[in-house]
Design a protein around this ligand. Structure first.
Ligand code: GLN
Length: 533
């Protein structure tokens, strides 16, 4: 029989174990290959690689994978020998596939996390309160029961549920992004000569300025009209709009998922007396930068509000903010860390209209909502979340969006000050534990085997942990899987060549454990593989 990838690797490792530009060593490639190999074949299936990635939230169209689209169309039939597999690993973005297969992404147990999100989605979907915004007639025509949630972690793990492929208008969610754009263009000092950074305490379209006759902050209408006046004012209107779309494209991972809702734009423009009033009021007070053309500024603001996208893309934008300005799925920097820091500070204090203080207290996360029912939530260094549900409460925030956020921080330690009450047994932390690697491999493998958690067993196997390792009682993963009757784990371990007859300190074999537990199917499986009693 041909030498296995692991044997080939060992030969090379004995000669040279230099790591490549991804920091990976030959032996690591071989463990990853082994992990996905079935029935001792000399190849693996591309579909198995894709499934392993999708199990931890990495989508097959993730640009970092650089998978061949032609092959993806027929993925179940495509086989990868060791060299081809290595080629894919080397060309994908630094260590992504390795980290995914070894369970080293920011949320290692992504499946459990997604199950919980689904539960929260279903729970909050029952809340039928609120009303769709009608002050822009076109917004009033949307289906009020739409509901979508999308998540993107800073490792680029994605999950969506509900109407996540349907477009909605970003409306006020353009405000934080426009603020980022002008910070990048002019710097903090110049921008804040024209707009404050204090919550206004009143509704989003309040006709009020601060004591310096400036809008209170960039997250309400007056301040957003102000930041619009500062986005590439020297360009003509078409180029300015294209500039904004390009920026959104960058922060949403260049997925071309942005559109423009012309009917909302026309409808908004027709019903914008308050925004015109705000504009003239600020003009009269000399708040705008010199040479500002008020009418084209308002026009540009209405256009920005009428950009549309879906929650999939908006979650990536939120994740770019969570990831200090680097888009997680392209790894391209879209803005400076400091820009993100400033933007999140203001989203935290002013992002939820006149509910901002309450939101900062109870949820404790930077967020921005829009009157079309969108809500962008940022969990710094962890993930971005986009929620869309058109029914609004009296402050103009999505009812389900608020309910979802409340339920989320009830279950997880995501409130920024939860860090002060760590170890709160009522709240979970889904993040990768950095000291996990130090935990004895045998213990974590045995634990995963006894829980019947195949994905975790695969992750541990991919890290190169010996599947025959026993704990201090001589108990191996096979003993534990047999005691609990987890045939799928046993089948996987047998395929990887596990020793079928290890004896624990009491002299018991896995087959004896299966008999003790009366696990008939497990007994059959072990006996079919000639295990001893
Ligand atoms: N288009 C809206 C307006 O200015 C944006 C406001 C919002 O989403 N709150 O009226």
């Amino acid at each position: 029989m041909a030498a296995t990838a692991k044997e080939k690797a060992n030969v090379k490792v004995n000669g040279s174990d230099r790591s490549d530009f991804n920091g990976m060593m030959e032996v690591e490639y071989s463990y990853l290959f082994e992990c996905l190999r079935k029935n001792k074949e000399d190849y693996i299936y591309l579909s198995d690689l894709i499934n392993a990635l999708e199990a931890v939230g990495i989508r097959e169209n993730d640009p970092r994978l650089k998978l061949d689209p032609a092959e993806l169309d027929i993925a179940p039939q495509v086989v990868l020998d060791y060299e081809k597999f290595k080629h894919i690993l080397k060309h994908s973005f630094g260590g992504l596939i390795k980290d995914a297969i070894q369970g080293n992404l920011i949320i290692p147990d992504f499946a459990s996390f997604c199950r919980e999100i689904t539960e929260i989605y279903e729970l909050t979907n029952k809340n039928k309160n609120g009303n769709v915004a009608t002050y822009i007639p076109q917004l009033g025509r949307v289906d009020p029961d739409k509901y979508a949630i999308s998540i993107c972690t800073v490792s680029g793990q994605q999950f969506s549920i509900g109407d996540s492929n349907e477009d909605f208008c970003i409306q006020s969610i353009c405000k934080p992004i426009n603020y980022c754009m002008v910070l990048e263009e002019h710097g903090e000092d110049i921008v804040h000569q024209h707009v404050g950074r204090e919550p206004s305490g009143i509704g989003f379209n309040g006709l009020v300025l601060n004591e310096n006759s400036l809008p209170h902050n960039p997250m309400i209408n007056a301040g957003a009209i102000m930041t619009c006046s500062m986005v590439k004012p020297e360009m003509d209107m078409a180029d300015r709009f294209e500039y904004v779309l390009n920026f959104w494209n960058k922060i949403t991972g260049n997925q071309n998922s942005l559109g423009f809702n012309n009917s909302v734009y026309l409808s908004e423009k027709e019903t914008a007396d308050r925004n015109f009033a705000l504009g003239y009021y600020m003009k009269e007070k000399g708040a705008f930068p010199e040479n500002t053309n008020l009418l084209s500024t308002l026009e540009f603001y209405f256009q920005c509000c009428s950009i549309q996208t879906d929650t999939n893309a908006m979650a990536i934008a939120a994740a770019t903010l969570a990831n200090s300005g680097i888009c997680p799925i392209t790894n391209e920097r879209a803005m400076e860390n400091n820009t993100v820091k400033n933007c999140l500070s203001l989203m935290n204090s002013c992002g939820m209209y006149d509910f901002s203080g309450e939101f900062a207290f109870t949820i404790g996360l930077p967020a921005k909502s829009g009157v079309a029912g969108g809500l962008m939530l940022v969990i710094p260094n962890l993930m971005g979340i986009a929620i869309w549900s058109p029914k609004l409460d009296k402050s103009g925030n999505s009812v389900k969006g608020i309910e979802f956020s409340k339920e989320l921080v009830k279950r997880y330690n995501f409130h920024i000050y939860d860090s002060l009450t760590l170890n709160n047994p009522d709240k979970k932390d889904p993040r990768l534990k950095r000291n996990e690697a130090k935990i004895d491999g045998a213990i974590s493998l045995n634990w995963a085997a006894s829980e019947g958690n195949l994905l975790e067993v695969q992750h541990i196997y991919a890290r190169g942990i010996d599947i025959n390792m026993a704990d201090y009682d001589g108990r191996t993963a096979l003993h534990l899987a047999a005691s609990e009757g987890h045939e799928h784990i046993i089948a996987y371990l047998i395929d990887k060549g596990v020793n079928l007859n290890p004896r624990d300190r009491w002299g018991n074999t896995p087959l004896q454990d299966a008999y003790k537990g009366n696990h008939d199917a497990t007994i059959l499986l072990l006996e079919a593989n000639h295990a001893l009693k």
